[in-house]
Write a protein that binds this ligand. Structure first.
Ligand code: UFG
Length: 344
């Protein structure tokens, strides 16, 4: 008898959400097998995970698009559940290079599903996104809010992957799936040993903010202040990455304890609280007691004015709530940036 609850394969486990989830799973008593090809992450992320959990971790450098490499992982480890994070995620880049996104995000996913089926491994947890809702007619969005046609190949891969999982769970007796629709993940582990590691100029708001605070960027551009919102800037639902990781543990528990109500389920993972871009920037300043340069710039193409989650279903069914305070989250993001840059 092992001391572990179960074994979980985490693809893309060296990434931002992957590292935090791997830590949370190990702390909850799971054995975790991390795979990653470091296409958008660094070996140092695995070192950070080891430091936090205080022991070695199981890691294999594997490209999930390579069936032969992935097959060896299935042969070697007896996991019941896969969490599939490994994917490209830059919306703008996906518009310029759609095939790169369709090939990588869908091929890797179908490889995993095919092997799950072949090796009779039951549980698939997929990283979906609030992007599937597009510019929703009614807010907050529930899991039943109709999806809008995707406005980027990236968004399309998320929609397609959800549908592929739904169809596989319907067709294959032994397969169960959960799609978690993430809102806007921000922040870092309280230890400041893991966090977001964007390459080049960040696309997302908070890494841009922390890099500006660190003096790497000169000025934050707030994209659009003429939206139909209170202060004219976009509204988003910013979820602490540690809370997001806890939602994955709750979803894995639900699968491994066979508590799912249907073979394929979807949950929103957000806080349920809309925060404007301007408010996020000014709260970051206050929480960290510093000043930032920012200016209003034209709207960014493809941005929806507002999206936030109705979290009632996740709260009830997963027994999970977003617990961390936004100011603490913003402090954790800055602590991580300082750790990265060696700022005291
Ligand atoms: N923003 C700025 N300046 C910046 C960066 C962002 O004003 O330098 C604004 C955006 O216009 C938007 C908000 O900050 O209003 C959040 O932007 P992000 O790029 O951080 O996040 P998005 O909401 O655009 O996208 C995120 C994920 C996507 C996912 C989407 C789903 O990055 O992967 O949420 O809603 F698809």
């Amino acid at each position: 008898m092992s001391n572990f609850k179960d074994t979980v394969l985490v693809s893309g486990g060296a990434g931002y959400i992957g590292t935090h989830t791997a830590v949370a799973l190990m702390e909850a008593g799971y054995r975790v097998v991390i795979i990653d090809n470091f296409s958008n992450s660094e070996p140092s992320a695995i070192e950070g995970v080891k430091q936090i959990v205080g022991h070695d971790v199981i890691f294999e450098q594997v490209d999930t698009c390579r069936t032969d490499e992935l097959r060896r992982v299935f042969e070697r480890y007896d996991f019941s559940t896969v969490i599939h994070f490994a994917a490209y995620k830059a919306v703008g880049e996906s518009m310029d290079e759609p095939l790169k996104y369709y090939m990588n995000n869908l091929l890797s996913y179908m490889n995993i599903l095919e092997l799950m089926k072949e090796f009779k491994r039951p549980n698939v947890l997929f990283s979906s996104s609030a992007t599937v809702y597009g510019d929703a007619d009614v807010l907050p969005v529930t899991e039943n809010t109709p999806r809008k046609p995707a406005t980027s190949p990236y968004g399309n891969t998320k929609q397609m992957a959800e549908d592929i999982l739904r169809d596989c769970c319907a067709a294959y007796e032994g397969m169960y799936g959960i799609a978690l629709r993430y809102f806007n993940p921000i922040g870092a582990h309280p230890s400041a040993l893991i966090g977001e590691l964007p390459r080049g100029v960040p696309n997302n708001l908070l890494p841009y903010v922390t890099q500006t605070a660190a003096g790497i960027r000169e000025c934050i551009s707030i994209f659009g202040n003429d939206y139909d919102t209170e202060d004219g800037t976009c509204l988003r639902d910013y979820i602490d990455v540690v809370d997001l990781a806890a939602a994955h543990v709750a979803a894995v528990d639900r699968m491994t304890e066979k508590k799912m109500k249907t073979k394929y389920e979807i949950f929103n993972v957000g806080t349920g609280r809309p925060v404007s871009v301007l408010e996020l920037v000014t709260r970051f300043e206050k929480a960290n007691n510093l000043k930032l340069n920012y200016r209003f710039a034209p709207r960014r193409e493809g941005d929806v004015p507002a999206v936030w989650a109705d979290t009632a279903l996740a709260n009830k069914e997963l027994g999970w709530v977003a617990a961390r305070d936004l100011d603490d989250t913003l402090r954790s993001a800055w602590a991580w940036e300082k750790h990265l840059r060696g700022i005291k």
